[in-house]
Design a binder for this molecule. Structure first.
Ligand SMILES: *[C@@H]1O[C@H](CO)[C@@H](O)[C@H](O)[C@H]1NC(C)=O
Ligand SMILES: *[C@@H]1O[C@H](CO)[C@@H](O)[C@H](O)[C@H]1NC(C)=O
Ligand SMILES: *[C@@H]1O[C@H](CO)[C@@H](O)[C@H](O)[C@H]1NC(C)=O
Ligand SMILES: *[C@@H]1O[C@H](CO)[C@@H](O)[C@H](O)[C@H]1NC(C)=O
Ligand SMILES: *[C@@H]1O[C@H](CO)[C@@H](O)[C@H](O)[C@H]1NC(C)=O
Ligand SMILES: *[C@@H]1O[C@H](CO)[C@@H](O)[C@H](O)[C@H]1NC(C)=O
Ligand SMILES: *[C@@H]1O[C@H](CO)[C@@H](O)[C@H](O)[C@H]1NC(C)=O
Ligand SMILES: [Fe+2]
Length: 469
């Protein structure tokens, strides 16, 4: 990969020096494109003997421990882990900091084969009826190789509950992935729950989709995912569909390894579902499941949106893998058919923000919609729309496919900010009207915000927040 890529139509805006990194801001139309004057190195997978993949000590010790929300309102947690040699126990023992009593929840165990790979014993245990806003310790495994972790439940669902989400996409398991995760962990705006917008391990980039790389990824992210819930979206790298080797069940490794509380939102598949958490209502969609009219996902979303009560959960957030507004020359318009199906609903129900991944770069849109078109009227351009969400592409987690540095030129007016750098974001809800959003590139110090915006809630304060940075 070469050095800086120059765009012929760009005019040089301003020169910013951020630490050791020279950053050229390129302004065209109203939006901002930036590109680093530094060598873009290929993101390299961490070798199998890396520290982050190390096995926990002990015979059959639980590994790849991760949690996610386990019910619709935040009083449940799903704990998952793998025992490599024998099933052992699928139970989780848990207790609060200052209680003497220990509780026990019983889980299930599963495994799967993929071509010539056989998984370990994958455990999923749902803990229910937890207290809100409480720190719990939990223990998986038995005997001297049992392991203990902790999590904090969210506050009770309500309109003025501050809460902080992290956002990461397309992570993979390169040295850059490790930097992204480290930056997220060190960010002074402490994320309490991670919104993950799809493309987890990139095991499918290995011969025969070597599922050993699903295991290494599980061990890599444990240091975060065992302590705070990761709210997962399925991406194309979760499909693992390879008929040539008789692997024809889409999402087989992903759905065996990652359980989500889809039944709690009356979904019929783990690929689309919703949760409430503090003051947010989060809807997860699947770019790689049928979404046309009459399909299960369509029917579910149509019934789901009217259920959102903004007096209870002011913040309405949608997660999807393939972006609907994307001005890079990568995956260009791949999200278009889904946009055509669902965009008008998101505008009607005043979704605050849509997070997507897939494109390995960063982009934030203006509040625009493109829903007026009816084939004969010619109204087929995105227009400013204060009922529309902001679309954020954050597929810049650092996976081995490298950065998407080639942008369409000139920058379209719907694009507010775009940059081909690895990073993560936080969405920091303050109250029912305000949330502070910021994107952090890996090259900067932990506290540096490369892009940020004060979101005004679309239901409680639907004014123009585009210039309120
Ligand atoms: C699976 O098959 C591939 C290709 O033949 C081989 O390289 C690999 O070692 C095999 N893995 C196992 C676990 O047998
Ligand atoms: C990954 O990051 C952690 C935390 O910064 C560090 O301790 C570890 O050495 C890194 N590992 C690799 C392989 O980069
Ligand atoms: C796939 O399955 C068919 C039918 O069972 C078998 O003939 C073929 O050898 C299999 N292919 C591979 C790559 O395992
Ligand atoms: C919406 O939530 C508010 C606050 O919790 C509650 O008072 C109201 O009854 C709910 N509305 C509906 C239609 O459920
Ligand atoms: C399309 O939109 C135009 C302009 O709003 C309107 O006059 C026309 O009737 C619409 N056509 C259809 C088929 O809805
Ligand atoms: C960027 O993408 C466009 C469209 O695919 C292509 O024509 C152009 O050559 C690419 N530029 C670079 C520098 O790769
Ligand atoms: C909501 O939070 C914003 C940003 O911190 C603050 O300016 C505003 O006063 C808060 N609103 C209320 C009602 O507290
Ligand atoms: Fe993707």
């Amino acid at each position: 990969m070469g050095g800086m890529i120059r765009y012929p139509n760009s005019c040089l805006g301003s020169l910013l020096v951020l630490g050791l990194v020279l950053n050229v801001a390129v302004v065209s139309n109203a939006g901002k494109s930036t590109t680093f004057v530094r060598k873009v190195e290929k993101a390299v997978d961490m070798p199998l003997d890396s520290d982050v993949f190390r096995l926990p000590p002990g015979h059959n010790a639980p590994q790849q421990v991760h949690i996610t929300q386990g019910d619709h309102v935040g009083k449940g947690v799903i704990v998952s882990w793998v025992t490599p040699i024998s099933p052992g126990s699928s139970s989780v023992v848990y207790w609060t900091e200052n209680s003497k009593h220990k509780y026990k929840a019983k889980g299930i165990v599963t495994k799967y084969k993929y071509y010539n790979y056989t998984s370990g014993y994958i455990h999923h245990c749902t803990i229910k009826n937890l207290e809100y806003n409480t720190k719990y310790n939990y223990k998986v495994g038995t005997g001297k190789y049992a392991r203990t972790f902790w999590f904090v439940t969210p506050p009770e669902v309500g309109p003025d509950v501050p809460y902080t989400f992290g956002v990461i996409g397309d992570l993979g398991q390169t040295f850059d992935s490790n930097k992204t995760l480290t930056h997220y962990e060190m960010n002074p705006t402490k994320g309490k729950t991670l919104l993950f917008v799809g493309d987890l391990s990139y095991a499918d980039n290995y011969p025969f989709h070597d599922n050993v790389r699903w295991d290494t990824w599980g061990r890599f992210v444990e240091r975060s995912a065992a302590y705070q819930p990761w709210i997962l979206t399925a991406g194309n790298h979760e499909l693992d569909y390879v008929p040539e080797i008789n692997e024809t069940e889409p999402f087989k490794p992903y759905t065996h390894r990652y359980h989500v509380p889809y039944k709690a939102s009356e979904s019929t598949a783990p690929l689309w579902y919703s949760i409430k958490r503090a003051s947010a209502y989060i809807i997860v969609l699947s770019s790689y499941s049928a979404y046309g009219k009459y399909t299960p996902q369509y029917e579910w979303l149509q019934n789901e949106l009217p259920k959102v009560n903004r007096s209870e959960t002011p913040w309405l957030i949608v997660l999807v893998h393939s972006p609907w507004y994307n001005s890079y020359n990568y995956h260009y318009m791949e999200g278009e058919t889904m946009r055509v199906m669902y965009e008008s609903w998101l505008v009607q129900y005043k979704v605050d923000v849509v997070f997507a991944g897939h494109v390995h770069a960063y982009e934030r849109s203006e509040r625009v919609s493109n829903i007026a078109y009816n084939i004969t009227n010619g109204l087929c351009k995105p227009v400013k729309d204060l009922s529309a969400p902001v679309y954020i592409t954050i597929g810049d987690g650092g996976n081995s496919e490298g950065l998407a540095a080639n942008m369409t030129e000139p920058q379209p007016s719907y694009s507010a900010y775009r940059e081909a750098s690895f990073g993560h974001a936080t969405f920091d809800i303050k109250n029912r009207t305000h949330a502070h959003y910021s994107w952090h590139r890996n090259q900067d110090g932990y506290a540096v915000q490369a892009d940020s915006m004060w979101f005004h809630n679309r239901y409680w304060r639907p004014d123009d927040d585009s210039s309120d940075h």
